[in-house]
Design a binder for this molecule. Structure first.
Ligand SMILES: Nc1ncnc2c1ncn2[C@@H]1O[C@H](COP(=O)(O)OP(=O)(O)OP(=O)(O)O)[C@@H](O)[C@H]1O
Length: 208
């Protein structure tokens, strides 16, 4: 899998977050670093197709061929503190709902497995809106992962997580250290980026 970013520019009204940003990455774990407001989340959203760039392009390539948007969407998981699940649905119902809209055939056992892996078994019947902020973050991670995507994008995965939650993120990162997978983590916490083979800084627009 190769991620190719070409002359990317993103503006919000008069504010240019970045411009002429280009890089290529073919490894397994990429970190995106930068200070608050530097554009990490904006870049990650552009990579995921959640935001359209003002100029430039993002290409996901497999064997030098561009992956179609449909295949990309099926192969991608995304977790971020700003991605919300349904408040009134329980932990299990949220994952079942996502499974249905993704048209994946995730078994009930697989859903239960990820609820257990993310330490949410004791609240599996509780509505998302009533969970603690750390539990909500754990469920966002489960939601991004339980369909076992080849590409996983995590924006500040450790936010609101305790030590066990942070270890879970490291465990996930280790799972993605193989050539079939690509994990991208955006964070301003160097500890979270330790698992990454390479780190790209948005401010300097280069690998460090
Ligand atoms: N929807 C939006 N409308 C207007 N401005 C935005 C929007 N989203 C982001 N911005 C601006 O773009 C800049 C980059 O924001 P972004 O969230 O990408 O930064 P970040 O590096 O992820 O920050 P942090 O480390 O604080 O999470 C900021 O100045 C922010 O105010």
């Amino acid at each position: 899998m190769t991620l190719q970013v070409k002359r990317l520019k993103k503006t919000f009204g008069p504010h240019t977050v970045f411009s002429d940003l280009s890089f290529e990455y073919s490894g397994n774990t990429l970190g995106i670093a930068g200070s608050n407001g530097s554009g990490k989340s904006t870049l990650l959203k552009c990579l995921a197709g959640l935001l359209s760039p003002t100029e430039g392009e993002v290409n996901w390539l497999e064997n030098n061929e561009r992956i179609s948007a449909q295949i990309f969407n099926q192969s991608m998981g995304y977790a971020a503190p700003y991605i919300n699940l349904y408040d009134e649905l329980t932990v299990i119902e949220n994952l079942q709902f996502l499974s249905n809209i993704r048209r994946h055939t995730d078994s009930a056992e697989n859903i239960k497995k990820w609820i257990s892996k993310t330490g949410l078994s004791n609240v599996e019947g509780q509505p998302y809106g009533t969970l603690s902020t750390g539990q909500q973050q754990r469920l966002r991670i489960a939601a991004a992962l339980f369909h076992q995507p080849d590409i996983l994008l995590l924006d500040e995965p450790g936010s609101n997580l305790d030590e066990t939650g942070r270890s879970l993120v490291s465990e996930i990162a280790n799972l993605y250290q193989d050539p079939r997978h690509l994990l991208i983590i955006a964070s301003n916490d160097p500890r979270e980026l330790e698992v990454c083979q390479q780190i790209f800084t948005v401010e300097r627009q280069q690998f460090i």
